[in-house]
Structure formats: structure tokens, C-alpha cells
Design a protein around this ligand. Structure first.
Ligand code: CAA
Length: 259
């Protein structure tokens, strides 16, 4: 997996892949190619049985400062329509394995949206989240209005999107946008540690649990409960269910194989 704007380590830690955004001079601004590379890497890692959890990180200064404004500036609506950039995001969203964003520094616009597309967010104390698109005459386009409203509630999302203000890691934690804050030198290590904790669990159960939680944002309660139940029953077809329950009975640690 050789890319121009990202670096991928499929085994950064046992069963954990790491994708690092790598356009440091542009604060990891998300141009079309970079987003396509993330999509392709995630697709490959999702198919790779050795990988159970995927971490996406930037660098200390920036997770990503948003879509590439210089790439977009001269475009008209038909250029945007034809480029259909958000179909890339739709594919990223379909990743079945748990995704953790490790955020330090700026997570703005598309950067904040990319972090929110992940399932969990570990932030450094220097992390800053925002949807500042309004300051450049547009609005969030990669799910910002929808995901932020769901994550932090209407009035906070309104204030962030309508003023473009950045929030601190502390505020993001208080708002329920992120899982935790750690010192800057530890943010990647902590994201990988959390990934390792999840990677110890039964991979199929993790995937179906992820799918079920995501369904909670798209369905009513009755339909969501039906969906959850079917996934629960389905896991009884897995060897890992037998192993997990047998290990409990035998008072030993389960060895999950993703089967
Ligand atoms: N696109 C393109 N280039 C960007 C960029 C972006 N989103 N963000 C930063 N850069 C570039 C800067 O142009 C600069 O390049 P040069 O050195 O060639 O001038 C370099 O990265 C460093 O940035 P700054 O000099 O501006 O650094 P700073 O520390 O003074 O400010 C910042 C940092 C507050 C993040 C500022 O760069 C900024 O406001 N960036 C834009 C944030 C933004 O508006 N994001 C939303 C984009 S639109 C979007 O994302 C739409 C969507 O929903 C998909």
C-alpha cells in the first residue's frame, strides 16, 4: 500500500492498522486524492483478516484542517457535482471494522467530519474541533451538520456551524464529541491502546455491534431493536461465540479468531 498523501502500516500493533495523513505543510488538508487514498486503504484493510481495528491519525499540529480550500476555490457547482467527492466519504463510512480517530491539533471542517466519521475519538489536550466553513462562504458538506447535531445536540451544533468557532478538547469532551483527552505526547499511544483493547474481543461481534450502534442513528427504536436482535442471533453461528462462552465456563481467557 504505497500512497502519496497517507502512510499505512497494516500491522502497527498486533491486529491493528494505522493510517497517518501525511500532508504536513498543508496541515493535512483533505484534497480529493488524499480522500481517495484513505478510501482505498480502508477498503484493503477491511478485507484483511489480520486487521481487527483501524486507527486514523494526523500529526501533532493537525489531524486535518479541512477540505483543500485551494483545490475547491475555483470550482463551480457542476464541477463539484461531477467530482462527486462525497461518494468517497460514503465508502469510508461503510468500513465494517472499528475506526478510531487519534486527534491532535486542528480537526476542522472536513477534518472534524473525518474524525466524526470514525467510531471513537481519542484527543490530545491541544486538539481543536470546528466547522469553520461559514467563514469561507459555505457550510459543512461531508456530514458535519448531521453528525455534529447528533453528537453534541442542536444548540451547540448551531453555534459551532453558524459562527465557525473552534472548541477545545475539554469542551469537546464535555459535549460528548470525543472519548477522552490525553497529554499530547500520548495521544497516538492511547488510541493504539484502545484499539488493542478492542482487538482482543471477538472481531465479528465487534463488527456487528458497530453496525448495530450505527443503526441507532438511522432507524426508529422498533426497527433498531429488530436489527440488533438479528445480529445477536447471527453471532451464535460463529466459532468465537462457542469459544467465548466455553472460556467463561472453563474460567480461562478466550482466544478469538474472527471465525
Ligand atoms: N486547505 C488548503 N490549505 C490549507 C488549509 C485548507 N483547509 N488549511 C491550512 N492550509 C494551508 C495554508 O494555506 C498554509 O499554506 P501556505 O503555507 O502555503 O500558505 C498552511 O496550510 C499552514 O496554514 P496557516 O499558515 O494558515 O497556519 P495557521 O497556524 O496560521 O492557521 C488554521 C491554522 C487556523 C487551521 C488555518 O490554516 C485555517 O483556518 N485553515 C482553514 C480551515 C478551514 O476553513 N477548514 C474548512 C475547509 S472547507 C471544508 O472542509 C468543507 C467540507 O465540509 C468538506
Amino acid at each position: 500500500m504505497d500512497f502519496q498523501y497517507i502512510k499505512v502500516d497494516p500491522q502497527a500493533k498486533k491486529n491493528i492498522a494505522l493510517i497517518r495523513l501525511n500532508r504536513p505543510k498543508e496541515l493535512n488538508a483533505l484534497n480529493l486524492q488524499l480522500m481517495g487514498e484513505i478510501r482505498d486503504a480502508l477498503h484493503t484493510l477491511d478485507e484483511d483478516d489480520r486487521v481487527r481495528v483501524i486507527v486514523i491519525a494526523g500529526n501533532e499540529r493537525a489531524f486535518a484542517a479541512g477540505a483543500d480550500i485551494k483545490e475547491m476555490a475555483g470550482k463551480d457547482a457542476i464541477d463539484m457535482l461531477k467530482a462527486d467527492q462525497f461518494s468517497t466519504w460514503d465508502q469510508i463510512r461503510k468500513t465494517r471494522k472499528p475506526l478510531i480517530a487519534a486527534v491532535s491539533g486542528f480537526a476542522l471542517g472536513g477534518g472534524c467530519e473525518l474524525a466524526m466519521t470514525c467510531d471513537m475519538i481519542v484527543a490530545s489536550e491541544t486538539a481543536r474541533f470546528g466547522q469553520p466553513e461559514i467563514k469561507i462562504g459555505v457550510m459543512p458538506g461531508a456530514g458535519g451538520t448531521q453528525r455534529l447535531a447528533r453528537a453534541v445536540g442542536k444548540v451547540r451544533a448551531m453555534e459551532m456551524v453558524l459562527t465557525g468557532k473552534f472548541i477545545t478538547a475539554e469542551e469537546a469532551l464535555q459535549y460528548g464529541l470525543i472519548n477522552r483527552i490525553v497529554p499530547v505526547e500520548l495521544y497516538l499511544r492511547e488510541a493504539l491502546r484502545l484499539a488493542a483493547e478492542i482487538a482482543e474481543m471477538a472481531p465479528l461481534a465487534a463488527q456487528l455491534a458497530k453496525e448495530s450502534i450505527r443503526a441507532a442513528f438511522n432507524t426508529g427504536l422498533d426497527e433498531g431493536l429488530r436489527f440488533e436482535r438479528k445480529n445477536f442471533y447471527l453471532l451464535f453461528a460463529s466459532k468465537d461465540q462457542k469459544e467465548g462462552m466455553q472460556a467463561f465456563v472453563e474460567k480461562r481467557k478466550a482466544q478469538f479468531r474472527g471465525e
